[in-house]
Design a binder for this molecule. Structure first.
Ligand code: ADP
Ligand code: SF4
Length: 695
């Protein structure tokens, strides 16, 4: 059972008029489902409540059409018709004894209003944050009164939905109360601008309004960013300390973090567990109210330390609750080894960014709770006593073996190398990616507890080996290789003459310890993390590194994981030269010719080696050979053969984990129909339409 050292994590805490049953607080987080997929959203939140979190929050919740965040899909309380969706979430959260919280938000100049087509509102005239070609207008005093009314009415709707905690949001550079605090956004000369006391006025008023509206039964939480890390042009720590001093006792709970989002949810490549402590530890010394904060906390010892040292009262988590919705329950039950620790890759963030349901590298069931009925801890037992052979011990093979083992199958996993983990083990050795090894470690740990899963290392299987093995089901998760020939988005025919060049390298070469030296160009036609990590590694090895990409920006997809700015800063700090919008035209001796993608002009530069980060090829030779020998399957007793993960189509580690999990879930299950998942139908809207008289 529970280790008594962790008892403090399970002591209840009073937050205004409500009581949290323990110290685990799922802070607001986006999920790409929001108001558009309320059933999926509610089911996802319910799973976390079941997993033991004392408080479950929504994501940002728009309070009015002038705070419309389209195309991003967040929560919505524009009017009473939005109440049922959040009431559903509240019911599901309450069913497990947890409290429900709503993060009311009006994003002013950081909203979009692309759907509502309202004019954006802001403290002063200014450009919109996201570069929409329209500006936000300065709010009049009347607008401020209206905004306060909208916020108050949304708070009342939240209460009617069943919320226990109502947030006032002043964080992430994303909401009007924060925008009024920021000198760069607030250049007013009335009582809402100028002095700090004036800039704090709106936040103070909204806190009072919210307490007045719902404070009898709901706690009022304030989400507040203590530093924007922008120097004097942003809210800085010293000013934040004054603000907390001015408002100390007004909210029932302080939820504190850093702005903007990329400084709050920093990828593990750029920040360790608990990295926000120096920016938020003053808050508890300034207020008697409970304080919650985040830090990608997955270690119960770190959590206890945060509370004992008086940094936090409650352990806030978005990502750790996504990677393991059952984290609190596991600590409570003394199952620390079972915690599926977040790796800080921010693929979860990419769901919101790409306006699609949330997904997680570590937790393949995230976002599938309602759609596919997947539960992170439970899985249906096997239907038959068939045996399964898994070939390849990377993320896809390990997850397939683990989940098949959980179903009760007799599983054998053969791995060619002397170590498990495939690409995860290899990539985790690269600069900043050490925590990614958790993908392997959790699965190997879980498999170690299953007597029906056998692991065979140093076992390269041929097609004949697979046929001789005699398992009824065979799944190949044999991974992929980086291409050397430059084939990719920008070079559809490849750069054939470079394929056999002795000084052209691939990320696989670097992972295998074959390193270039001297003046190295890292050519990125992939657009995510691989090239910048390779550049980082080569710089650390003493190479003179130039990053070249045909794209117009560095690693464009990394915007979706909040890596982008950190990558740029690190490259700048390391003295890595960046050349965008250029393709490789030629490489002879020590001369590289680059061609500008827009004007076609070429220039030459000295270069000793190129690392090609372009695209990958499935390592599916075994699969192809077994397909050729299909006639031999029945004699060998093989009923099914599948190829999954990078061996099917190279992708993210998240894709490989998902593929392994899905294979295990679906093996010998009746197909669910044409569409293998539930989907939302906007039937209420359609019914309204049918009732409308013809024009
Ligand atoms: P994925 O991301 O799809 O899991 P990885 O590349 O991480 O793919 O892992 C594939 C694993 O499969 C590697 O560890 C590799 O050594 C192993 N492998 C490849 N071919 C064979 C084979 N014929 N027999 C056994 N293991 C193999
Ligand atoms: Fe953590 Fe990555 Fe999962 Fe996000 S996607 S919760 S960062 S493991």
């Amino acid at each position: 059972m529970r280790d008594p050292r962790y008892d403090i994590l399970f002591t209840p805490l009073k937050i205004g008029p409500v009581t949290a049953k323990n110290r685990f607080f799922q802070v607001p987080h986006c999920n790409g489902m929001g108001h558009a997929m309320p059933l999926a959203h509610a089911a996802m939140r319910e799973i976390k409540a079941e997993g033991g979190w004392a408080v479950i929050s929504t994501e940002e919740c728009e309070i009015h059409p002038s705070s419309d965040l389209t195309p991003y899909v967040e929560a919505r309380l524009w009017d009473d018709r939005d109440i049922p969706a959040l009431a559903l979430m509240c019911d599901k959260v309450h069913a497990h004894g947890a409290l429900a919280a709503v993060e009311l938000s009006h994003n002013g100049p950081t909203a979009s209003n692309l759907y509502s087509r309202e004019v954006l509102l802001a403290p002063s005239h200014q450009v919109s944050k996201y570069g929409y070609p329209s500006q936000a207008r300065a709010m009049t005093r009347h607008d401020i009164r209206e905004y306060r009314r909208w916020h108050r009415e949304a708070a009342l709707r939240g209460k009617r939905a069943g919320m226990d905690i109502v947030y006032v949001y002043a964080a992430h550079d994303l909401s009007l109360p924060m925008h009024f605090l920021q000198r760069r956004r607030n250049q007013r000369s009335d009582e809402y601008g100028g002095s700090l006391e004036n800039r704090v006025r709106l936040l103070r008023e909204v806190l009072a309004d919210t307490r007045d509206a719902v404070g009898d039964t709901c706690a009022v939480a304030l989400r507040f960013a203590t530093d924007e890390l922008l120097g004097p042009s942003g809210v800085e720590l010293a000013e934040a300390q004054d603000i907390v001093g001015l408002l100390a006792e007004l909210p029932d709970l302080w939820d504190v973090n850093l702005a903007a989002w990329y400084n709050d949810s920093v990828p593990s490549r750029f920040a360790a567990e608990g990295a926000q402590e120096p920016f938020i530890d003053f808050v508890k010394k300034t207020t008697s109210k409970p304080v919650v904060g985040v830090g990608r906390f997955t270690s119960p010892d770190t959590m206890v330390s945060q509370i004992r040292r008086g940094v936090l009262d409650m352990i806030g988590a978005a990502r750790p609750s996504i990677a393991d919705p059952f984290l609190p329950r596991k600590i409570e039950e003394g199952r620390i080894d079972d915690i599926r620790e977040c790796i800080g890759c921010n693929i979860c963030v990419s769901g919101d960014m790409t306006i699609s349901p949330i997904r997680c590298t570590q937790n393949p069931t995230m976002g599938e709770e309602w759609r596919k009925g997947w539960h992170p801890e439970r899985i249906q037992p096997r239907r038959t006593a068939s045996r399964v052979l898994v070939v390849g011990g990377g993320p896809a093979g390990l997850e397939a073996a683990r989940a098949l083992g959980q179903r009760g199958y007799e599983v054998s996993l053969a791995e060619a190398r002397r170590e498990l983990g495939g690409r995860v083990t290899r990539e985790a050795r690269l600069p900043g990616l050490a925590e990614w090894a958790r993908v392997r470690d959790w699965r190997v740990g879980q498999i170690g507890k299953l007597s029906n899963v056998s692991l065979y290392l140093d076992s390269v299987l041929s097609a004949q080996d697979v046929l001789d093995f005699g398992a009824e089901h065979v799944v190949l998760a044999t991974g992929c290789h980086w291409r050397r020939d430059g084939f990719g988005r920008s070079n559809g025919l490849g750069i054939a003459e470079l394929a056999d060049h002795p000084r052209v390298f691939t990320p696989d070469d670097l992972l295998d310890g074959r390193m270039p030296s001297g003046r190295v160009v890292v050519f990125d036609d992939d657009g995510f993390y691989h090239a910048s990590v390779a550049a980082d590694l080569l710089r650390q090895q003493g190479c003179e590194v130039t990053y070249v990409t045909p794209e117009d920006s560095v690693a464009p997809w990394s915007v979706n994981t909040l890596d982008y700015r950190h990558i740029r800063k690190r490259m700048a700090k390391q003295g890595i030269e960046v050349i965008v919008s250029h393709n490789i035209a030629d490489f002879t001796d020590t001369t590289l010719t680059l061609e500008n993608g827009w004007d076609g002009l070429r220039h030459e530069r000295p270069c000793d080696a190129i690392v090609m980060v372009t695209s990958r090829l499935p390592a599916d030779a075994l699969y192809q050979e077994l397909l050729r020998r299909e006639a031999d399957w029945s004699d060998a007793g093989i009923q099914s053969l599948r190829c999954i993960g990078d061996a099917e189509a190279p992708g993210l580690i998240a894709h490989a984990i998902y593929a392994g999990h899905r294979y295990a879930r679906e093996l010998e299950e009746a197909p669910a129909g044409e569409v293998a998942f539930q989907r939302h139908f906007h039937t209420a809207d359609a019914d309204d339409l049918r009732r409308m008289p013809p024009p």
